[in-house]
Design a protein around this ligand. Structure first.
Ligand code: NDP
Length: 419
């Protein structure tokens, strides 16, 4: 009998909750808790007649550790799934430790207020010492390793697609196909069209912060940082076609660099259309991506939060998005002394996702692995004390579950490489 507390009820959580309800043998009971309880209630009403999973709902402000502790004590879950925002990672981890409950999330910690002087000092030191300047990094959550180990609890970090499945792909390639992996290129292609001039596929604040930041990649044991969007390549994606893609910093590079032995280079590319980039540059130039409060008509507003209010809710893009995503990893390396290259990827159709769970493919490709990560932990397939990213665990049961739960993968030997 397993009971899960799911915090957050946005685009990604909605998919994860649908998928939990399709797997009632594992998820016998779920409690959906979020800042806006009405969203949790609406989802429960939609799902409860279709599933054996028992669903309850609660209100919580997960920025407050004591509220999360009180909620965990009330619900008594076997696992807490944090599918709110990266801002809440540490408060929810603290609450899990206080209550002795395992933890899972889909994105690594970053603070909401990047002007906080205490955080800023640590951040600037890390930028200097490590050589990349993203606002997010694993150091904050890796600092919890010893605490989770001592408590005999597991914390699984970044169980989405990228991060998440991409790391499972790396572990699978390492386990089955290579003696040594030399290079990894992670390619994230969204060939979907929602018909709006500008919208983001997941939380606009998190998304725009990520893509407007300098890019970086790992090479020969250190980070190489480049100006935002300054490395562009073209690639022909299976079932999508030719796309422009740009090198970004991405969180899984940081853990893969530590966990894939002797890897020489790891890069991450994401596709963007010219219209998206032009809109983003314009918004950036006029200050709309700023997280610093400004006075408007006597009221303090945060520009990027105001922008979020204006943009379409990512959760509403489902019915209008057509096309496919294609996300995966290209590996080069050696097996039995011979050079080889393999491309491992998933293709996901926006409209098929919408027919199944009422969401577009970006939420789907993140929500399904969140459910699978939870399933691995609840069924004991992944059961270790400490804080882990997905490449540190046995990839085989997760890969099998991807095929079964809606994200089947494909393999191409000798693919076109990215120069
Ligand atoms: P949304 O903005 O759609 O949803 C966020 C949810 O969290 C909302 O329900 C929101 O409530 C709730 N929330 C926010 N703050 C709090 C709080 N203080 N207390 C309680 N609940 C809160 O985001 P997404 O669903 O798009 O993204 C969810 C997560 O998934 C993010 O961390 C994102 O970075 C990550 N992600 C990971 C990917 C991957 O591949 N690994 C890809 C895409 C996203 P309210 O309704 O009140 O706003």
């Amino acid at each position: 009998m397993s009971k899960v507390l799911i915090i957050g009820c946005g685009g990604v959580a909605t998919v994860a909750i649908h998928k939990c309800c399709q797997n009632s043998d594992v998820f016998e009971e779920i409690c959906i808790a979020s800042r806006t309880k009405s969203k949790c209630d609406a989802l429960r009403e939609k799902l409860e007649s279709t599933t054996k999973t028992r669903i309850t709902t609660e209100q919580v402000d997960a920025d407050k550790v004591e509220e999360v502790i009180a909620l965990i004590q009330k619900v008594q879950p076997d696992l807490v799934m944090n599918i709110a925002l990266p801002y809440q990672d540490l408060t929810i981890m603290d609450a899990c430790l206080a209550c002795g409950v395992p933890y899972l999330d889909t994105a690594n910690y970053e603070p909401e207020n990047i002007q906080d002087p205490q955080w800023r000092t640590i951040y600037e030191k890390r930028c200097r010492e490590e050589g990349f300047s993203a606002y997010f990094d694993y150091s904050w959550q890796w600092a919890y390793r010893e605490k989770f180990e001592k408590a005999g609890l597991m914390a699984l970090l970044g169980s989405g697609f990228d991060p998440g499945v991409t790391q499972v792909f790396c572990a699978y390639a390492q386990k089955h196909w290579f003696d040594t992996i030399d290079t990894i290129d992670i390619l994230d292609c969204n060939g979907g069209d929602h018909g709006y001039p500008f919208a983001t596929n997941f939380n606009p604040e998190i998304n725009l912060r990520e893509v407007s930041a300098p890019g970086s990649y790992w090479e020969n044991g250190h980070w190489v940082e480049i100006p935002a969007m300054s490395i562009k390549r073209e690639y022909h994606f299976d079932q999508v076609g030719m796309k422009d893609m740009y090198l970004l910093h991405h969180e899984e590079i940081e853990s893969l660099a530590k966990n894939i032995p002797n890897v020489r280079r790891i890069r991450f590319f994401m596709t963007f259309g010219q219209s998206y980039l032009t809109h983003m540059k314009c918004l950036e130039n006029v200050g709309m991506l700023s997280t610093e409060p400004v006075l408007h008509d006597g009221h303090e507003i945060v520009p990027i939060q105001f922008l979020k209010t204006l943009l379409p809710d990512p959760a509403s893009l489902g019915p209008r998005t057509v096309g496919k995503t294609n996300i995966g990893c290209i590996f080069t390396g050696k097996k039995d002394g011979k050079e080889k290259s393999v491309y491992l990827y998933n293709i996901c159709d926006h409209q098929e996702c919408y027919q199944e769970v009422g969401s577009q493919a970006i939420s789907y490709t993140t929500g399904v692995p969140a459910m699978i990560g939870a399933m691995m932990m609840l069924t004991g397939k992944w059961n270790r004390a400490g804080v882990f990213t997905l490449e540190e665990l046995d990839p085989d049961p997760f890969m099998e579950a991807l095929n079964r739960c809606g994200l089947p993968w494909k393999v191409e030997e000798n693919p076109m490489l990215v120069d």
